[in-house]
Design a protein around this ligand. Structure first.
Ligand SMILES: Cc1cc2nc3c(=O)[nH]c(=O)nc-3n(C[C@H](O)[C@H](O)[C@H](O)COP(=O)(O)O)c2cc1C
Length: 202
């Protein structure tokens, strides 16, 4: 992307979509592991890194996967407002994306994604204790016989009830391009997936 294209709203939007798509596919891309924040049970802010699992450029949806028992699922059901932060050092681009989250557990969407997960990844959903629960000694909660091993297909299926796809519908993107000769900042607000653009002072 040339410097002049950093002042062209359509090109910026296309570039955002291109990089989010790459972020899903390329594990080395900085956009592969955004931070997502939401409101916790006490009304505070909670943030954590997740893996970006899907980006739908037509419907403007970002997905990540998690365990249904984790507190963020309950909290997102209570308050579905969420915010992703992406930063790519090489591209010099920060994206702050406001989203509305919805939880998919033991439904068609969860099943579709679960069927695509590898056995090794399914291990995360087999912890005996709930994620975030207090434990007496340092452990990962995964049954001992699975240390360093993949579960069998049959055993892995026990994790399905915990596997959750969090879909996050994009409401607004705040794009920031850091450039020594002059930073640029664009806000994209979406109504029916159509962006309304506003340049902002960075
Ligand atoms: C590189 C990286 C990727 C992660 N990916 C995920 C993920 O996709 N889903 C998830 O629930 N937690 C993921 N985590 C763990 C979360 O950051 C967090 O520690 C965990 O989900 C507990 O968060 P909670 O207490 O808000 O539920 C990841 C952590 C790192 C460092």
């Amino acid at each position: 992307m040339s410097t002049s294209s950093k002042e062209n709203t359509l090109e910026i939007f296309e570039d955002i979509k291109k990089n989010l798509t790459r972020g899903v596919k390329d594990r080395k891309h900085a956009f592969h592991t955004p931070v997502i924040s939401n409101v916790d049970a006490e009304g505070g802010i909670d943030s954590r890194v997740v893996v970006l699992r899907k980006f739908d450029p037509t419907n403007l949806i970002l997905n990540f996967h998690t365990d249904f028992r984790s507190p963020k699922v309950f909290n997102l059901q209570k308050n579905n407002k969420s915010l992703f932060v992406f930063y790519d050092h090489k591209l010099k681009i920060q994206l702050r994306i406001k989203t509305t989250s919805s939880i998919n557990n033991q439904n068609e969407r969860a099943r579709e994604m679960w069927d695509k997960t590898r056995l090794f990844s399914r291990k995360c959903y087999l912890t005996l204790k709930d994620p975030s629960s207090v434990t007496e000694f340092p452990e990962d909660g995964i049954p001992e016989h699975l240390t360093g091993k993949e579960p069998s297909l049959e055993e892995s299926e026990q994790g399905y009830k915990n596997f959750t796809v969090v879909e996050n519908k994009i409401d607004e993107i705040d794009w920031l391009y850091l450039e020594i000769s002059g930073h640029r900042r664009l806000r994209l607000k979406f109504i029916n997936n159509e962006p309304k653009y506003d340049w902002l002072i960075p």
